[in-house]
Design a protein around this ligand. Sequence first.
Ligand code: IPM
Ligand code: MG
Length: 370
Amino acid sequence: MTTMKLLILPGDGIGPEVMAEVRKVIDWFAAFRGLDFAVEEDLVGGAAYDVHGVPLSDATMARAQAADAVLLGACGGPAYDDLDFSVKPERGLLRLRKELDLYANLRPARCFDALADASSLKREVVAGLDLMIVRELTSGMYFGEPRGITELNDGTRVGVNTHRYTTHEIRRVARSAFELAGKRSNRVCSMEKANVMEAGILWREEVTWVHDNEYPDVELSHMYADNGAMQLVRAPKQFDVIVTDNLFGDILSDCAAMLTGSLGMLPSASLGAPMANGRPRALYEPVHGSAPDIAGKALANPIASILSFAMALRYSFDLEAEAEMVEGAVEDVLAQGIRTADLGPAEGGRTVSTGAMGDAIVAALAARDS
Ligand code: IPM
Ligand code: MG
């Protein structure tokens, strides 16, 4: 196997703490499974701003272009709240997504059995939950032009963002969703607001076109996104794959995250077109943010980041068995009652630090390996 080039961008807040635990898992696979990783580390977000005056330097962008997979921690924090919009920490992340053209953002929401009681919903609603949100990530409201804040002659200020999608942008993310569904329960639910938005009508038509012409065997349904949000908390197990636009996907995925017990559990993969070596352009990051309130206190849950690395093994490197090993190790640790604080106490279990959670997962990997 050729070397797997990883670029780690820990970023801000709890980012460096959780990425240190990912590093332990990477090192374990290198030492005990002979996987050949070349790991580089660099700055993103506020950490990059502090050094370079921008949230992502051109040099870091070039390293990201050259990597097989970028592993990102988190961006942002209160110290950067008053910065100009163009250099806010989040702009670093958005630049990576846009310039790597990572159009398909996979956000699996899976409720580990041991955590079914940690969800704010009843156990029977979430136990066994396993759904996948495919969020379009490079277009729509986040990037559409025109955008900005302008002033009218009478001094009234106007804020503008544009929700814009092309045929090509909708079709390619729809294909990602149908492909994934084929490996799961073969059902896709597409969410938009075709009742009030022209771009929603186009979304529905193009998803239907891809379905009818390319994936007729996948079961396709459509739902207005507001109803989708309601259904996600009412009966989330009705869904297999959900495909939706950038902004609705942002909101619906936070909603889905809480079904799993904690935002600290949710990984994500952002995938683009294949590179020359056949591997897709890819960035992996936890769905949670920089959590400045708990940063530096060893309280953060590293599981979302570690599960994001498992997604890297699966989607960038085709290492399905290794990905399942990581997911299994997480399951084992949770079943032993080991919890970070965000997950609440387990009966007869113990609450541990970020570092101890990483160690426990590595120990569980070793136990599965022997
Ligand atoms: C996410 C985050 C980002 C987004 C922020 C940090 C820019 O909320 O990945 O869901 O809005 O996409
Ligand atoms: Mg979000």
